[in-house]
Design a protein around this ligand. Structure first.
Ligand SMILES: Nc1nc2c(ncn2[C@@H]2O[C@H](COP(=O)(O)OP(=O)(O)OP(=O)(O)O)[C@@H](O)[C@H]2O)c(=O)[nH]1
Ligand SMILES: [Mg+2]
Length: 225
């Protein structure tokens, strides 16, 4: 392996058949650290601007959007995606990442569900290339501080829309609403929207997703002018 230490990170690629919500393949791979650091760089040294521009034009033409889904472990990312895409599956911790492809209200969505465990967080940035927005999930009743991870993403992906899902409202709707309001006042602006949701019950998810899709589409249209 040319001196590369193999890391036990499983990449779980779950490809959803776009129109029928039907799972077509599930593949598990192992990656090593150097792969994680060198992949997804997609640009060329000779003409990065024109290449990126071309990619964006194609994405716009095909109505393609890619969002990364991040947040601390156990916050409910996988549960939320399953609910949004109407996939029936029992959730278990994501060791690596899962790719979902599906149509959402006319947009061809790629969602990258990245495991939130501490050991995986340093790899999140390897998935930022070509993203059109971020879905950041936090557990409203988890005492752990997610602000550090959130701020890092805001710095690195400044200018991209961020949808924050405050999840698990069903545990205590009243308290949940207060926490969402407080977080919203702290972080929300034209680029960040915060919604209280229950991934488990499928409540409140669409409003935020509609906002993210519309802002991301608008940004893509502006970028290729
Ligand atoms: N009460 C409640 N529990 C939820 C909700 N959403 C998810 N959970 C539970 O929270 C736990 C973690 O959910 P996951 O979707 O696996 O969390 P995750 O963010 O994908 O976790 P990692 O893959 O480890 O990063 C599971 O036991 C879910 O059933 C919710 O809206 N309400
Ligand atoms: Mg998960």
């Amino acid at each position: 392996m040319h001196g590369c230490r193999k890391r036990n990170i499983v990449i779980n690629v779950r490809c959803i058949n776009i129109r029928k919500f039907k799972q077509c393949t599930v593949k598990k791979h192992f990656i090593n650290k150097s792969f994680a650091q060198s992949s997804f760089s997609g640009t060329t040294n000779s003409s990065p601007m024109s290449f990126n521009h071309l990619v964006k034009q194609i994405k716009k033409k095909n109505n393609d959007l890619k969002f990364i889904v991040v947040g601390l472990d156990n916050s409910g990312k996988t549960t939320i995606i399953n609910s949004l895409l109407r996939i029936s599956a029992t959730s278990s911790p994501t060791f690596g990442y899962t790719i979902y492809r599906n149509v959402y209200k006319g947009a061809n969505l790629t969602l990258l569900d990245i495991g939130g465990q501490e050991a995986l967080r340093k790899y999140w940035s390897n998935f930022y290339e070509d993203t059109d927005g971020v879905i950041f999930v936090f557990d409203l009743f988890d005492a752990r501080d997610f602000a550090g991870e959130f701020n890092k993403i805001r710095e690195t992906l400044a200018g991209y829309p961020v949808l924050m899902y405050g999840n698990k409202m069903d545990i205590d709707w009243e308290r949940g609403r207060k926490i969402v309001g407080r977080v919203g006042r702290e972080v929300c602006d034209g680029e960040v929207k915060c919604c209280g949701v229950s991934g488990k019950m499928g409540v409140g998810l669409e409003e935020g997703m509609d906002w993210l899709v519309s802002v991301a589409k608008l940004n893509l249209a502006k970028e290729i002018l």
